[in-house]
Design a protein around this ligand. Structure first.
Ligand code: SF4
Length: 245
């Protein structure tokens, strides 16, 4: 069954200091007042324009693996099928911030207000990721309340376009969830519109299923190395001040 995901935007909007990190501002450096002001403006605009919405569908392991296989373009060696194969609970999801924020970002960039556009872009990306974290944790809590998973189990979201799951996998995911009902569509190159959207699979299971060596062929070209931060969070807990749903 495909279920709507509803959000309280206040739960997901980051602090101005956090969006600076998202915008690439070097950690530990003193923040110029102009940047702080831009961040505050970006957050006010985000609160005014964002209309978050999402969909979720609980799935069995074999269904998940079939969709993740996509059109057969995944890396031959990827951690994701193995992680899903050992999961206790799985759900496909898609979440969007809505079109208005994305349109405002485009307007800013087009009209020469690039600094504010970049800050709003960072605020929107951070909020979208936080919405996914909130929805993932909500899924884990529901599974725990049903007695399907233990309190010691962890949830992480995995998405097409990362870690060997080819971006073309979005098509199977979209065929499954039909997110056009929340205004979310896919371009021919598998980009989501509105662009500030996320999709993938929530994977709940023992901590160890989420831990792996990031030495796959495609890791050499990975700019974010995001898995390291995620795994560190599972092993050490989130760093102080980090959002945790
Ligand atoms: S290094 Fe990048 S591509 Fe490799 S597993 Fe980690 S996040 Fe995925």
């Amino acid at each position: 069954m495909i279920e709507p995901l509803c959000f309280n935007l206040d739960d997901a909007v980051p602090r101005a200091s956090e969006i600076l990190a998202y915008s690439g501002f070097p950690e530990g450096r003193e923040v110029p007042a102009r940047f702080t002001e831009l961040g505050q403006r970006a957050l006010a605009t985000l609160r005014e324009l964002a209309t978050p919405a999402g969909l979720r569908e609980r799935v069995m392991t074999d269904e998940a693996l079939e969709v993740i296989a996509g059109a057969g373009r995944n890396a031959t060696d990827s951690p994701i099928p193995g992680i899903c194969g050992r999961a206790t609970a799985l759900a496909f999801y898609t979440i969007t911030l809505g079109p208005a924020v994305c349109e405002r970002i485009q307007q800013c960039l087009k009209n020469g207000d690039a600094a504010f556009g970049a800050m709003l872009d960072a605020a929107a990306s951070s909020t979208t990721d936080r919405l996914a974290t909130i929805a993932a944790e909500r899924f884990r809590e529901e599974c725990q309340a049903e007695g399907r998973v233990t309190p010691a189990e962890h949830v992480l979201p995995y998405s097409p376009g990362y870690c060997g799951w080819h971006i073309s996998g979005q098509r199977r995911l979209f065929d499954r969830l039909c997110p056009d009902r929340i205004g979310l569509t896919l371009t021919e190159t598998f980009l989501m519109q509105p662009i500030k959207s996320v999709s993938g699979v929530f994977v709940v299971g023992p901590r160890d299923i989420h831990l792996f060596r990031n030495d796959f062929d495609f890791c050499a070209a990975c700019v974010t190395q995001a898995c390291r931060e995620r795994m560190r969070g599972l092993v050490c807990g989130p760093p102080e001040g980090t959002f945790h749903a």
